[in-house]
Ligand binder design. Sequence first.
Ligand SMILES: Cc1cc2nc3c(=O)[nH]c(=O)nc-3n(C[C@H](O)[C@H](O)[C@H](O)COP(=O)(O)OP(=O)(O)OC[C@H]3O[C@@H](n4cnc5c(N)ncnc54)[C@H](O)[C@@H]3O)c2cc1C
Length: 609
Amino acid sequence: MPSENERSEYEALGNTTSTGPAESNGVLAPRFQQMFPVLSQAEIDRVRRFGEVRRFAAGEFLFQAGETVPGMYVILSGRIAIVPRDGLGQAIPVSAFAQLIGAPVEEMMEVVPGEVIAEIGQLSGRPDLSALDARAVGNVEAIVVLPEALRALLIAEAELGERILRALILRRVALIELGFGGPVVVGALKSPDVTRLSHFFERNAIPFRVVDPDEDRDASALLARVATNPGELPIVVLPNGTVLRNPTKHDLARTLGLIAASFRGEPYDVVIVGAGPAGLATAVYGASEGLAVLVLEALAFGGQAGASARIENYLGFPTGVSGQALMARAFTQAQKFGAEFSLSTEVTRLDCISERSGPDPVHILELADGRRVRARTIVIATGARYRRPEIPNLAQFEGRGVSYWASPVEARLCRSEDVVLLGGGNSAGQAAVFLASHARHVRVLVRGTGLSSTMSRYLIERIASCPNIQVIAETEVVELLGTDQGLQGVRWRNRRTGTEGQHAITHLFVFTGADPVAAWLTGSGIPIDEKGFIRTGADVRSTQRSLLPLETGVEGVFAVGDVRCGSVKRVGAAIGEGAAVVAQLHTFLARRDRATPSAEASRSAARLG
Ligand SMILES: Cc1cc2nc3c(=O)[nH]c(=O)nc-3n(C[C@H](O)[C@H](O)[C@H](O)COP(=O)(O)OP(=O)(O)OC[C@H]3O[C@@H](n4cnc5c(N)ncnc54)[C@H](O)[C@@H]3O)c2cc1C
C-alpha cells in the first residue's frame, strides 16, 4: 500500500488546477524535509563521481529564472541566495514565498552545503520551470551533475537516488499545487482558449497559473502593452519573460522543449508510438533492460488513462489513484531509465522495412513536422480516441461547453452548475462521481434501460450514493443550443415514449466509447480487423511466418494496448502488454542478430567506440 507520502504525491499531481498562487495552506510543510534534503558527507562523496566541481564567485548566478539549468547542483561550500519570481518576472519576497509553502523563513532564504538544487525537468534537460534565481552569496563550490549523469546516479545509487527523485517529484508537485513557477496565462478565466491552454499544461504536468486581466491590474497593463488585438488573447508569459500570443499547443510544446530537437542518427532499438499506459510501460521495461528507446506522442503523456479522474481498479491502489498521477510517475520512471521522449509529435506514416543498415532491416516513421525517425523495431501503442455521437452541431460547441473528459479544469468551470453527461460505461461513471463533488447537479443520460450491463458494480453503487447524480435511462440528446460564446441548452428525448424536453445546460460531457487509432497506418501493410483494431500473433491470417504473440504481420512491428484486436481495454492490461512486448522484442532482436551476425557486430563496434 502506498505510504502517506506517496499517496499525497499521487493526489497532488492528479487533482489540482491552479488559477493563482495558493493561499498559505501549510499543506507542504510536512513534506519540507523530503523536498529539500541535505545530503550527508558520505552521500555527497557518492554524488561526486557523477558530476564535476564548479566554482562561482560572489554575486555570480548559478542560474536565472526561465533558463535551462545545466543539471543538478549539490552545494559543497558557500551559500546560495534564492530569489523566487512570479510568472510576470517580479521578485517575490522570500518571507511571502516561505509562507506560501508553509516553510520556516530562515530555511527558505539560503541554500547551504549538502543541499540539492534541481527540478524534475533536469532529468531530460528540459527548461527549468521553478522560476527561481540562484546567486552565490560568497564564493561557492558545487558539484554539477548533467542530465545523463543524473539518470545514471538515480539508477546506480538506489537509496540516494530514491531520496533525490522523491525530492524532485515533490518539488514539481508543489509548483503545481501552488500555481507557482511555470507559465502564466493571461486571459478571461472562462474563455475557450484559456481552457485549451490550461488543459495543455495540466496534461503535461506543467505548473501554471491563470490571471484574469479584469482582476489583476499588472496583467491588464501588460496586455495593453503586448497584445492590443483581441485575436492575440490569451497571452502566455514564460518564466524567462517570453510572451506568446494565443499560442497553439504545438508552439507551446516547442518553446517548452517538450518536442525533441533532434533524434539520434543510428536506428533506435525500438520506437514506441503513443505514450499511454501501454507505451509508457514498454518504455520503462525496454529502457531499463538496455534498449535504445524513443517514444513519440501526438499529445501529452498518459493517453486515455491521463484523462481518468480516479482509477479504482488498478492493482495496488486500494484508495484509487488519479490517472494523471499514475501516468506522471511512469513518465518520470521511463526518463530515469533513459527513454527519450518527443511529445506533441504526431506520427503520420509508417514505412516498413524501407531501408537496410547493412543486412539489418530498418523501419521509418514519418512525423507531422516532416522529420523521419529510424528504428529496428516499432511498438504501436496508439490506443483509442473518444467517439463523437451523431448530434447535430456537436463540433460547434467542442471546447465551448462540450467536453470529452472531466479534469480539474472542467470541474472548476462547472462549479455549482448543472451538468449533463452522456454515456453508461466506466469512464462515464467515474466522471459523474468526480463532477458530483463540484457541480450542483449531474444528470447521466443513457440509451439503455440502466447501467448494470455497461458499468462496474462499484461505480453503480458510488453513483447511487451521490444525492446529486440522477441517471436518466432510455434517453438521447437530439439538439444542442447556444451561440458562438458557448453552449446554452440541451434538448433530449426519451427513446421509448418520444417525449422531448429542453434544458438550460452549459456543460455537456460526452463519454460514448472510443475507436482504435490506426488510420495513420494505412498503406503500411499492418493487418487490421473490420473495426480498425490491429491484428497480432495468431489473429494475423495472411502470413506464413510464425509470429510472436504481440507481433503484427510485418516483421519487427508490434502492437500493444487498446489499439490491438482482442485487448482488454484496461490500464492494467495495457501495462501488462507493455511489459510482455519487451520480452518479445528481445526474442525478435536476438533471432535477427543470430540470422545477421555482421549487423550485430557492427552495432557492438558502434556501441564500443
Ligand atoms: C475517462 C476514462 C476513464 C478510464 N478509467 C479506467 C479505469 O478506471 N480502469 C481501467 O483499467 N481503465 C480505465 N480506462 C481505460 C484505460 O484508460 C485504457 O484502457 C488505457 O489508457 C489504454 O492504454 P493505451 O496505452 O493502449 O492507449 P491510450 O491510453 O489511448 O494512449 C494512446 C496514446 O497514443 C497517442 N497517439 C495516438 N495516435 C498517435 C500518433 N499517430 N502519433 C503519436 N501518438 C499517437 C495518443 O495521443 C495517446 O496518448 C479509462 C479510460 C477513460 C477514457
